[in-house]
Design a protein around this ligand. Structure first.
Ligand code: FES
Ligand SMILES: [Fe+2]
Length: 405
């Protein structure tokens, strides 16, 4: 049986991941592979952090809803008649069937099993043949509700009812991406959802890695975003997200064979915005890849220690759909992006294989991996706080504090 990895020594070993990038080491490989560490991460991260689940325009009309899952929790997000977008557990409070699947528009959620009916606000409104059940108060039953915050059109939820608001801790990121007006940007095409056989952090680290750009993606589809032009604005420990600016060799660069924007440029971009690509990460679920004509968003959902799902969405400036040749131009971008993404996926899959090996390293970083350092500075304090809390709650009760009634 493998030894328990969650020990003081294990968490002490994270010290070297917090050093300056010139001295730092990667996290222990077990953080990417170990089932007990994944369970620990649920408490350390997923149960308390803001998690992106979708876009507000997926539930534009009253009655619109969509479902999702993260770390094994089934969730329904619904736009109720009172105009409020709510996120709730979709687990029926009778015998745990899921009350909603997929997406759509509805007046309420009828559990298919025994037809308990919940309103769009999650309240139980009908429960057939329950009149002989003692002390059953329909009004006391509802789908458990989660905190919701909408940031730049992205719906975030939080399982922790006491979580501090997200937006104030994203002020730096928000300022950096302001020119894209993401709250009003429109979906260019249906979402692409995929399942992947690697840890969510492998994907997250790949999404904002400046180092591999000129190596793995070497060639005309990517060379205009060279690794040596990556910069990493500093972030505060309290920040909920971090950035990479990657200057481009010409303005309005875009991932397509012309290397230039082929769709209308977001109208409020500054000259500085147009001379670079902006990458933003809001761990543990949202990555943004912003160029002058398309804003790519990636919603990551951990599903296990070595598995995850990801939604890939493309946003464009309002009105872009009416441009002549819109679909053909979008296809140009998607074909190029598809080739680049395939290179990333190949690496992500084999990195996971490598991380499982007994020869997996605590590696060293290049200066072009600033975002990995910032990610470690986001992760490690949260890991340590949760480990300290677990030890406190597991501590034996002191004899002197035991009172016998
Ligand atoms: S499990 Fe939903 S009504 Fe019985
Ligand atoms: Fe890449």
């Amino acid at each position: 049986m493998p030894a328990e990895i969650l020990t003081d020594a294990f968490f002490d070993s994270f010290d070297t991941s917090l050093l300056g990038l010139d001295a730092a080491e990667t996290l222990p490989p077990a953080c990417y592979t170990d089932a007990s560490f994944y369970e620990f991460e649920k408490e350390a991260l997923f149960n308390h952090e803001w998690l992106c689940v979708g876009r507000a325009d997926w539930v534009k009309q009253p009655g619109d809803y969509f479902t999702t899952q993260i770390v094994g929790e089934p969730i329904v997000v619904a736009h109720a008649r009172d105009g409020v977008i709510r996120a709730m557990s979709s687990v029926c409070q009778h015998r745990a069937m899921l009350v909603a699947e997929g997406k759509g528009n509805t007046r309420g959620f009828v559990c298919p099993y025994h037809h308990w009916v919940y309103g769009l606000d999650g309240k139980l409104v009908n429960a057939p043949a329950m009149e002989r059940t003692c002390d059953f108060d329909k009004k006391a039953v509802r789908l458990p509700e989660f905190k919701v915050e909408i940031w730049l059109g992205f719906i975030f939820i939080n399982f922790d009812a006491n979580a501090a608001p997200l937006a104030p801790r994203l002020a730096t990121v928000e300022q950096a991406v302001a020119g894209y007006d993401l709250a009003n940007a429109v979906q260019a095409m249906p979402l692409i959802t995929g399942q992947f056989a690697w840890n969510w952090k492998v994907m997250f680290e790949n999404n904002n890695d400046g180092y591999h750009a000129s190596k793995l993606h070497q060639g005309p589809l990517h060379d205009f975003v060279p690794s040596e032009l990556a910069t990493f604005p500093s972030s505060e420990p309290t920040d909920a997200g971090f950035l990479r600016f990657n200057a481009t060799t010409h303005p309005d660069a875009s991932f397509n064979p012309t290397q230039k924007a082929v769709l209308p440029v977001f109208p409020n971009l500054s000259e500085a915005d147009r001379g670079r690509m902006t990458f933003a990460n809001v761990p543990p679920t949202l990555s943004l890849v912003l160029s002058s004509d398309v804003a790519i968003y990636l919603i990551l959902r951990a599903t296990g220690p070595e598995t995850m799902e990801q939604d890939t969405g493309i946003l464009v400036a309002p009105g872009t759909h009416d441009e002549p040749g819109f679909q053909d131009r979008l296809d140009m971008i998607m074909t190029s992006a598809g080739k680049i993404i395939a290179q990333d996926m190949h690496v992500d899959g084999l990195v996971q294989v490598g991380l499982r090996s007994r020869f997996a390293p605590r590696g060293r970083y290049s200066w072009q991996e600033g975002a990995q350092g910032q990610f470690n500075h986001w992760l490690v304090p949260r890991y340590r706080a949760a480990w300290a809390a677990r030890k406190t709650s597991a501590a034996p009760v002191q004899k002197s504090s035991v009172k016998v009634a």
